[in-house]
Design a protein around this ligand. Structure first.
Ligand code: 5GP
Length: 118
């Protein structure tokens, strides 16, 4: 696999408990925790434990893992009561405004979203 320049990132430190986070969910493949700088009333991140730097770096081998991340995001959104809808976001690279190079799905909800995004 292609590795990013920032490895380990702050998210690897959250996975191994070197730095604290408000963790919502964990299993053998992924972790979910509240975003430290929320963009809506509810904003959490779902990340793989494997440090894939970017969505643009995934391969066919990651298909099952990516499915698991999406299903987990959906189930956690339901558990958090986001019945009226929410937004999933994956930022990729410089033009995608990615800041942490460990793949993550943003789950953002609790207010009206707008489209198109800025
Ligand atoms: P990106 O711009 O890479 O898609 O999003 C990174 C997200 O990670 C941002 O929403 C940012 O607030 C969040 N973040 C960065 N560092 C930390 C941290 O140490 N703890 C938590 N909980 N969130 C973080």
């Amino acid at each position: 696999r292609i590795c990013g320049t920032q490895s380990p990132t702050i998210f690897s430190k959250i996975i191994d408990r070197t730095i604290p986070a408000d963790i919502i969910y964990e299993d053998e493949k992924c972790l979910a925790f509240w975003d430290v700088n929320p963009q809506a009333p509810l904003h959490f991140l779902v990340i793989p434990k494997t440090p894939i730097p970017r969505i643009s770096y995934v391969t066919e081998d990651d298909t099952e893992l990516l499915g698991h991340l999406l299903v987990t995001a959906s189930q956690l959104a339901k558990k958090e009561g986001l019945d009226e809808g929410y937004r999933l976001v994956i930022n990729d690279g410089k033009l995608g405004a990615q800041s942490v190079y460990h793949l993550h799905i943003h789950v953002i909800g609790g207010r009206q979203m707008n489209w198109p995004p800025g």
